[in-house]
Design a binder for this molecule. Structure first.
Ligand code: ADP
Ligand code: ZN
Ligand code: ZN
Length: 804
């Protein structure tokens, strides 16, 4: 018998969606399955690939097929569902299949070239015993193992008696700790006791401990804690033959130090109950319905999530809960872990590669049934999913900007269809697309209109900065805001201040000649950083010293303008010398765990003001926060994006929800230069429904989503002429393909035209139904490989969220 494998290979310079066919060498026959990673020869090197199809039919080709070199997995790392999902993803997002397959796995597994196999059972055959010798983990290498050994090991893995560990650099190694295990029977323990001298108190204590332990294996660390005995005493007990020490694998648990209180399901309020019952029904009936759970902040959406997840678990199913990266705060994790304990795996970018790999394995081994994670967790290898939840479904961080440019919301719904399970999209400010689908009955609409504590939403007031600036105590802080802060501090309450967006902050400008210090590589001004005393580019990382004189006219009157969190912090501290201020932005949260630490300090009231960028807008729940101030509501309004009003409304509503979470009433003050703008007016009144009405009208008139589809094409490269030529060429071809109903915006340079010396041009297609467009874009993707050779990049983005 012969076998052949179709393999999607990882060759960056020659991407294609066509699989290559390889023959399977005799010793690997019946060992390769779809969804396994393999190493194959390609040209004169070896590359990683994914087997996607195995057949016994010899393909009709005129050249000799090459053999698969090596198999990296004993069992598929991508199951049938995920393989099909990858196919769909490639088509839906106009991406190469290899990037779709890779995005589904933790980074540690993406290019793994060494691995070991480890016994997880003690009941093994003599043949296997011989292979392992006195070790319980050996290198697993098809080159050094014989075919029969390979077969034996595969059998072992399938019987769950062994597992394969991938070693990609040191970080992906399983972590080892010392464990102990008693080795005396109760009779032996009793007789050991009789041999002791009466004053050997510690030895008695050790025997007592070993008696309670029985034959259980525990880590040395835990044993020391539980028994109150020292490491030396365990070593001496080992010498006496009372116990044995071994090395055991230990998961790197990012939350091991968190003290997580167990929480019980709450008695549901009527609106919550209606939602929970409806979703539970869908779980029970295996309905693949999509729910829009629209509820103001503090209305108890999370409790609805937790109780429906519990339903799925009771039925023996699993649950996937997606949250935006930014709101994966320890608070949120604590709420889910508090309910489901060790059944929860957490996946987000704050984890180390090793931690992510460990969490992924816990899911794959069915040890975790609930996954909470950010965008890429939507690919978690859960089986038999009973419910999928996406909190803050409107968040743009669910959209990935690199290939594959997917929106986790689309993927979540696709997985819901496969598993026949409900998908719950939750938000206080749903995206227009989702809200419109709820209107049309495509999604089922569930609403939570009241806050749990019965508190009214906080009062929101606007400060017109055009007036206020004349008398403002500082450039960024108006008199009304300052006095509101002072009042809260006097009452020993807490204040959250948000500065809208970091990038638009302090830049240097010469007052004589108007010179602005710009990045040499990008079309963007450099930002002043006080802590490092330097000017930095937020796009490419370029950094230089702060000039003392204007580089253009040598004047000394060069000073900074604009607003940055550091500058506001300084202003605030001068105005309020006794206030304790915590600053949270990209700079103060760069180190691992820094984000959590700041929140913890604020929670324990070590500070009374939390000043930060957007990242403070979400998910925080502090009972003593009674004032929320927005320093500049407008920066997001002026973004060149048809969604800018929606973004501004969402952001202001979200940050307002941080005030008055407990018994105390909250107040929100929004400083703005556009107090009449409908997004700001309606955010003040927290009237989502009215905003939806007005914004839908605008979109209808402008021909934007949800009435029209949009697809963006971006061409980039080092030569502006080549980039422009390419995009105008695409534009010309599109004119021929599209019907007169479609509209092309552009081509134009992107608002930030040059980043890191690469030029960016874009065009956006708005359309309703264009039967020929899909195929055109697919061909464009495939031909883009030729452009890559000429240092031109073509990016196709369906439903783009970012235009800058
Ligand atoms: P949302 O997710 O909609 O912003 P939360 O789920 O955070 O709202 O709920 C707000 C607060 O109300 C939380 O402190 C939560 O523990 C509490 N809560 C939720 N549901 C109930 C309930 N049925 N009874 C009592 N407290 C509740
Ligand atoms: Zn730059
Ligand atoms: Zn100058």
């Amino acid at each position: 018998m012969k076998q052949f494998a179709e393999v999607i290979v990882d060759v960056p310079a020659m991407q294609t969606n066509q699989p290559y066919t390889y023959s399977i060498p005799t010793e690997l026959i019946n060992q390769v399955f779809p969804g396994m990673r393999v190493i194959v020869p390609f040209g004169n090197r070896k590359v990683l690939g994914f087997a996607i199809n195995i057949s016994e039919k010899e393909p009709d080709v005129s050249f000799a097929l090459k053999d698969i070199e090596e198999v990296l997995d004993l069992t598929p790392v991508l199951n049938t569902e995920l393989l099909q999902l990858a196919n769909w993803l490639a088509q839906w997002t106009f991406s190469f299949k290899i990037s779709c397959l890779q995005v589904m796995l933790p980074a540690a597994m993406r290019a793994s070239y060494s691995k070991t196999i480890k016994l997880t059972s003690t009941e093994i055959s003599p043949a296997v015993q011989k292979l392992f010798g006195d070790k319980n983990e050996i290198p697993f290498d098809t080159k050094t193992l014989t075919a029969s050994a390979f077969k034996e090991l595969s059998k072992l893995k399938r019987a769950n008696q062994a597992e394969v560990l991938y070693q990609v650099r040191d970080r992906a190694k399983a972590k080892k700790v010392t464990a102990i295990q008693g080795c005396l029977s109760s009779d032996q323990l009793a007789s050991a006791r009789e041999t002791l001298r009466a004053n050997a108190a510690k030895s008695f204590q050790m025997l007592d401990y070993l008696t309670t332990l029985g034959l259980e294996q525990v880590t040395l660390k835990k044993a020391m804690q539980d028994s109150d005995l020292s490491a030396a005493q365990f070593t001496s007990a080992e010498k006496k033959g009372w116990l044995v020490k071994t090395k055991v694998e230990k998961y790197r648990d990012p939350y091991r130090e968190a003290v997580i209180e167990q929480s019980q399901p709450k008695q549901l309020k009527p609106a919550q109950l209606t939602a929970v019952e409806r979703i539970n029904q869908a779980i029970t009936d295996h309905q693949k319905s999509v729910f829009l759970l629209q509820g103001v902040t503090g209305s108890g959406k999370t409790e609805v999530y937790l109780q429906t997840i519990a339903t799925a678990l009771e039925k023996g199913q699993t649950a996937l809960m997606l949250v935006p990266e930014i709101s994966l705060t320890p608070q949120m994790v604590r709420r889910v872990k508090g309910r489901f304990g060790s059944r929860v795996a957490v996946l987000h970018s704050g984890l180390s590669e090793g931690e992510k790999y460990d969490e992924w394995r816990r899911i794959e081994r069915h040890e975790a049934q609930v996954v909470v994670g950010a965008r890429s967790a939507v690919f978690a290898p859960l089986e038999d999913i009973g419910i999928i939840i996406m909190d803050e479904e409107h968040e743009t961080s669910y959209k990935q900007e690199d290939m594959p440019e997917y929106n986790a919301r689309d993927v979540a719904i696709k997985r819901g269809e496969w598993h026949n399970c409900p998908v719950v999209l939750g938000s206080a400010t749903p995206s227009l697309e989702s809200r419109a689908r709820a209107q049309k009955g495509v999604y089922e609409w569930l609403r939570l209109d009241e806050r749990i504590n019965g508190q009214p939403l906080p009062e929101v007031n606007l400060v017109d900065m055009r007036q206020a600036l004349k008398t403002a105590p500082a450039l960024d802080i108006s008199a009304p805001l300052l006095s509101a802060i002072e009042q809260r501090l006097a009452q020993n309450e807490q204040v959250v201040l948000m500065l809208n967006r970091r990038g638009y902050s302090s830049f240097l400008m010469c007052r004589e000649c108007g010179f602005v210090l710009k990045c040499p590589n990008c079309d963007i001004s450099l930002t002043l950083h006080m802590d490092s005393r330097s000017m930095k580019c937020h796009y490419c990382g370029h950094e230089e010293a702060i000039p003392r004189t204007c580089p253009s006219c040598q004047s000394k009157k060069i000073r900074y303008y604009g607003t940055g969190t550091e500058k506001v912090e300084k202003e605030l501290q001068e105005l309020l010398p006794t206030a304790k201020i915590l600053r949270m932005d990209v700079d103060t949260t760069r180190r691992k765990g820094a984000h959590a630490k700041i929140l913890q300090q604020f929670g324990s009231k070590e500070a009374n003001i939390l000043l930060g960028t957007q990242m403070i807008a979400k998910g925080l729940d502090f009972p003593d926060v009674t004032l929320v101030g927005v320093l500049n509501a407008d920066t997001s309004l002026s973004l060149p994006n048809f969604r800018s009003a929606e973004r501004t409304f969402q952001l202001l509503t979200q940050v307002s929800g941080r005030a008055g979470r407990a018994e105390k009433t909250g107040e929100v003050l929004i400083q703005t230069f556009n107090p009449e703008h409908y997004a700001i007016q309606l955010a003040k009144n927290q009237n989502y429904e009215k905003f939806f009405g007005i914004e839908m009208n605008m979109r209808h008139r402008g021909g934007y989503p949800p009435y029209f589809f949009t697809t963006q094409i971006v061409v980039s490269g080092g030569s502006e002429a080549a980039v422009a030529k390419k995009i105008f060429g695409i534009n010309g071809q599109l004119q021929k393909v599209l019907s007169p109903q479609a509209v092309i915006l552009g081509p134009t340079p992107k608002p930030i035209m040059r980043i890191n010396n690469q030029f960016y041009y874009q065009l956006v297609i708005k359309y309703k139904k264009e039967p020929k467009l899909e195929q055109f874009l697919e061909e464009l993707l495939l031909s883009s490989q030729k452009d890559a050779a000429r240092n031109l990049k073509v990016k196709i983005d369906r439903d783009p969220v970012d235009f800058v």
